[in-house]
Write a protein that binds this ligand. Structure first.
Ligand code: ADP
Ligand code: MG
Length: 366
């Protein structure tokens, strides 16, 4: 078990003699035993960061501290880390038992200890039955389990998982996700999982580091990043279906009331009280509302948005409804048993306290 600190970390690759910045000024701290997710789109620098922590990649500048020791110049085997990568490189000629025992053997662990540790881990990951088999005989899900078993058998202080569930399909992925959570509560290693799947990060992590183009966007608990996204990127990345985001302009009604008008349309709605002091007349804003934070109401009052249904989908456990605003669709989700068809008039109400506003230039939350 160990605390992990990342201080002002940079990584610049060189491609065709040109510098390619992959990680820019990353600062993070992971408490002992915490489960952290690195979340972001493909190519944002997640694996690079993980590989620098593991010692498989040199850092360009900055410091990595594990359990109070700067590890920048330590060999991977001396860093007290366990690694499971996306492409589980199991040794084909070796049995599953030997695959898991491999690193222990390399450290000249006594045979009796190896047996005890492999069996313990096998039990934890429900792979006892597979120990005598060869990798080729295993399903993707079983290989994924063995891959993780191999990473944790040495009880690393820091467990690093790079998209460990990426080769699994829907149901299997869900159940391995639950297993990973259980596993973490049992082994208590400080753990980092790299994923591009926001629901995986939300379900597993104590805190999520959201990264875009090598830059940390926000670091917080799943609820913090969901309820108070620091910027428009995080707002659009977290949540499924994604947050509705569009440009509005603040306008003052003849009555003196401040309203937002959706650009390119005549749709207007009240500026929520919480934002009144911040909003300037005639200024544009990026406005965000989650599909689950829009309600269908019966009558029209000044706060509602009266419009027409463009698409209606009944998915069984929930209904999704879309209205068209210029080229964009505004989506909403409801678990109520409603039924509409395209063209029906509908009255919508945004949950005021759930409205997000972002600066149109910086993208930062207002
Ligand atoms: P992620 O894991 O978030 O998908 P990576 O960390 O693998 O992203 O990559 C981050 C950026 O660094 C990408 O632009 C990628 O092309 C670049 N990159 C990664 N590895 C290398 C390498 N060995 N040489 C040059 N560029 C690399
Ligand atoms: Mg990657």
């Amino acid at each position: 078990m160990a605390e992990l600190l990342i201080k002002d970390l940079y990584k610049t690759y060189t491609k065709n003699k040109k510098p390619v910045p992959a990680v820019k000024s990353l600062n993070l701290s992971c408490r002992d035993g915490e489960f952290i997710a690195f979340l972001g789109p493909s190519g944002c620098g997640k694996s690079t960061t993980l590989r620098m922590i593991a010692g498989l990649e040199d850092v360009t500048s900055g410091e990595i501290v594990i359990g109070g020791t700067v590890v920048n110049h330590l060999h991977p085997s001396k860093r007290n880390v366990g690694l499971a990568f996306e492409n589980y490189a199991l040794y084909p000629p070796l049995s599953i038992y030997e695959n898991i025992a491999f690193n222990l053997r390399a450290k000249k662990t006594p045979e009796a200890d190896i047996k005890r540790q492999v069996e313990k881990i096998a039990e934890l990951l429900h792979i006892n039955e597979l120990l005598d088999m060869k990798p080729a005989a295993l399903s993707g899900g079983q290989k994924q389990r063995v891959n993780i078993a191999r990473a944790i058998v040495r009880r690393p202080g820091v467990l690093l998982l790079d998209e460990p569930l990426s080769h699994l399909d829907g149901k299997m992925r869900q159940s391995m996700r639950t297993e990973l959570k259980r596993l973490h509560t049992e082994i208590k290693s400080t753990s980092i999982i790299v994923t591009h799947d926001q629901s995986e990060a939300m379900a597993l992590a104590d805190r999520i580091a959201i990264i875009n183009e090598g830059v940390l966007q926000q670091y917080g608990t799943p609820l913090e990043v969901y309820n108070k996204p620091a910027n428009e990127f995080v707002a659009g990345f977290i949540g499924e279906p994604p947050m509705n985001l569009f440009t509005v302009t603040a306008v003052t009604e003849p009555t003196g009331e401040p309203v937002f008008q959706i650009d390119g349309s005549d749709i207007r709605f009240k500026v929520p009280p919480a934002y009144r002091a911040k909003v300037r007349a005639s200024q544009p804003y990026r406005f965000g509302i989650r599909p689950t934070d829009i309600r269908i109401v019966s009558g029209s009052d000044p706060a509602t948005l009266t419009t027409k249904v463009a698409i209606f989908e009944n998915l069984g456990e929930e209904c999704r409804l879309h209205i068209r605003i210029n080229e964009m669709l505004l989506s909403m989700v409801t678990s109520e048993n409603v039924s509409f068809k395209a063209g029906d008039e509908i009255h919508l109400l945004f949950r005021e306290e759930r409205i997000h506003l972002f600066d149109p230039v910086t993208g930062n939350r207002l």
